[in-house]
Design a protein around this ligand. Structure first.
Ligand code: PMP
Length: 435
């Protein structure tokens, strides 16, 4: 079947090269291919499927909208479904949002919302510069790519705008010169201060700093809470807006409904997509009222009124909230972390296990490489081992994705509805693949 598959032949340079399966259906954490083989899906729409595949709450909401004759597309115009979505989304956010923040619907993709956020902060401040972090991922459009770190081959040199300065992101593992995580966070905070105080950097003062709380595509790098509070304090002191990209972390993934709640900070702009659409395409930005500077029509687009996405998204958000899936993600994630750590202890090719909630990463290293033990000196062979592990996982019915600059981090993003038994099964299959 694969050989006859038109999608794979015509679209050969995308995922199908590394995940050569043809998915026919999905339910919960499992997808079934056209030959009837089941796989546990730890990619789950790159985190978009918080409730897994074909969740009854989402399916029912979509059916209901269709039965009610909802228009499929209404541009930016208000509708009852859009209203209900907005109300539900604000209910899921900290109370400050209902009072002080506005929402702007951005379109189908996360990158659409990143573009909107970058444009908004420039309009609001009259400044052009933006600060971003190495290892960051914000999307594949030109603006989003400009603030995305070095994740070759995704970022060609010609993709960057000139007015972005990159800063080091704290690391629990890959610390320069073998220093600890604490030192790494201090260096990162000092770099931020220096960038804002040094008149030679040419950006002064930048409009905003854009960041993820847990870098996803960059290799599942969580930022420490006290560092995040420091970043909030430094940016506020310098009058630089803080944009938090929660496209991947939002709606329970990290063990809190929103990852910025853990350090208890309030960003100036929040970017949301993926899970908030219940699996359908939807993205928004939320921003402080005083940033509401766009004149009507200043930021427009056609596909911002997907009524089925509003219905599916509202259902997904309600389900996550009423079942406290963020707490489940916390507990299930802790279990996954401990099982993965156990697997790491029995092999020499895993350097580090990390993450928050149900967003976990296992960093592969090649024990034969010089410096591997100190967390430095990634060599191409570690990437080859990671690819092999991914392949072996697939053979055992487990879909995982690779991340990080060198593709050496095996990423786990199972749906938040994964049971503890399913988490055990994921770890079991991964352990066998590693062996
Ligand atoms: N920001 C983050 C943090 C992401 O993880 C992603 C997608 N992986 C994006 C932005 C871009 O979203 P999209 O692929 O929908 O454009």
């Amino acid at each position: 079947y694969l050989e006859r598959q038109a999608t794979i032949e015509s679209n050969a340079r995308a995922y199908p090269r590394r995940l050569p399966i043809v998915i026919a259906s999905g339910r919960g954490v499992v997808v079934r291919d056209v030959d009837g083989r089941d796989y546990i899906d730890c990619l789950a729409g790159a985190g978009a499927l918080a409730l897994g595949h074909s969740h009854p709450a989402v399916i029912q909401a979509i059916r209901q909208a269709l039965d009610d004759g909802a228009p499929l597309q209404t541009l930016d115009l208000p509708t009852p479904l859009k209203d209900e979505f907005t109300r539900t989304l604000f209910e899921s956010l900290p109370a400050a949002f209902a009072e002080d923040y506005k929402i702007h619907f951005c379109g189908p993709t996360g990158a659409d919302a990143v573009e909107a956020a970058l444009k908004l902060v420039k309009t609001a401040t009259g400044r052009k510069g933006v600060l971003a972090f190495h290892g960051a991922y914000h999307g594949m459009t030109q603006g989003a790519m400009s603030v995305t770190g070095d994740t070759a081959p995704k970022i060609p040199a010609e993709g960057r705008a000139a007015d972005v300065q990159f800063l080091p992101f704290p690391s629990e593992y890959r610390c320069p010169f073998g220093m600890g995580a604490q030192a790494s966070a201090e260096i990162s905070a000092r770099s931020l201060e220096a960038a804002l105080e040094d008149p030679s950097c040419g950006l002064l003062p930048p409009a905003a700093l854009i960041m993820e709380i847990v870098q996803g595509e960059g290799g599942v790098n969580p930022a420490p809470d006290d560092w995040l509070r420091k970043v909030r304090e430094i940016t506020a002191r310098h009058g630089v807006l803080l944009i938090v990209d929660e496209v991947q972390t939002g709606l329970g993934r990290t063990g809190r409904l929103y990852a910025f709640e853990q350090p208890d900070i309030l960003p100036d702009v929040v970017i949301l997509s993926k899970a908030i659409g219940g699996g359908l395409p939807l993205s928004v930005i939320l921003y402080r009222r005083e940033l509401d500077v766009w004149r009507p029509g200043a930021h427009a687009g056609t596909f911002r009124g997907n009524q089925l996405a509003f219905a599916a998204g509202a259902a997904a958000i309600r389900f996550v909230m009423s079942n406290h899936l963020e707490r489940h993600a916390q507990a299930a994630g802790a279990r996954l972390q401990s099982l993965l750590t156990g697997i790491a202890a029995e092999t020499s090719c895993i350097g580090h296990v990390r993450g928050r909630g149900l967003m976990r990463g296992v960093e592969i290293h090649d024990p034969r490489s010089v410096g591997a033990a100190a967390g430095v000196g990634v060599v191409p062979s570690a990437s080859a081992i990671a690819r092999r592990v991914q392949e072996e996982c697939l053979r055992r019915g487990l879909i995982v994705e690779l991340g990080g600059r060198h593709g050496v981090v095996v990423r786990f993003l199972p749906p938040l509805v994964a049971t503890l038994a399913e988490i055990d099964e994921i770890a079991q299959r991964f352990g066998e693949a590693v062996k």
